[in-house]
Design a protein around this ligand. Sequence first.
Ligand code: ADE
Length: 225
Amino acid sequence: MRIDILSVVPSLLESPFAASIMQRAKDKGHVEIYIHNIRDYSTNKHKNVDDYQYGGGAGMVMSIEPIAACIEKLKGERGYDEIIYMTPDGKVLEQSDCNQLSLCKNIIILCGHYKGVDERIRQHYITREISIGSYVLSGGELAAAVVVDAVVRLIPGVLNDETSALTDSFQDGLLSPPVYTRPEEYRGWRVPDVLLSGDPKKVDEWRETEALKRTQERRPDLLGE
Ligand code: ADE
């Protein structure tokens, strides 16, 4: 998968992709991530990327020209499955969206700033608008990093144990059950006996029950209640 990210603060995007699973995914050739500084596409002498909004009001708006120039250059080089705009008024991201996006070959992600982008960008270039939750960040970069992380780990071969993405919370519509590792007992706090029983059927049943219990307690909305 190739991911092109358009940003006015590219330095915000350096570290999230330079460690751990994301770095390994890049090293193994599962994903290529390119960060584009929108300012490089500004044609005016001050390298401006924003302007006052028509109709007045506080806050600047990201201008159409540099963003359009960058998107059109990229589209001239290859086809894109999705051109995504990160915005608090987009569709709130869910695991099912990440599953879909993990099947894409090429995607562009545009990070918003200030009051947002000129509406004509959204109308004429953007194919999908994503929010990572009902709160406002200073810019779309951290949100884009969240999307990229959640999507890239689903690309086959990225995780060592391929089944581990399948047993993630949300993949089966439930939260994950509790997990334990050694020691068996710490300050008298014991690992549940069933996990030490060596009976895989019992363990599976326990995990299912616990997943359901946890989902009912914490996210009853997932059960449609
Ligand atoms: N930009 C600012 N806030 C955001 C959010 N919650 N989700 C996506 N992009 C954003």
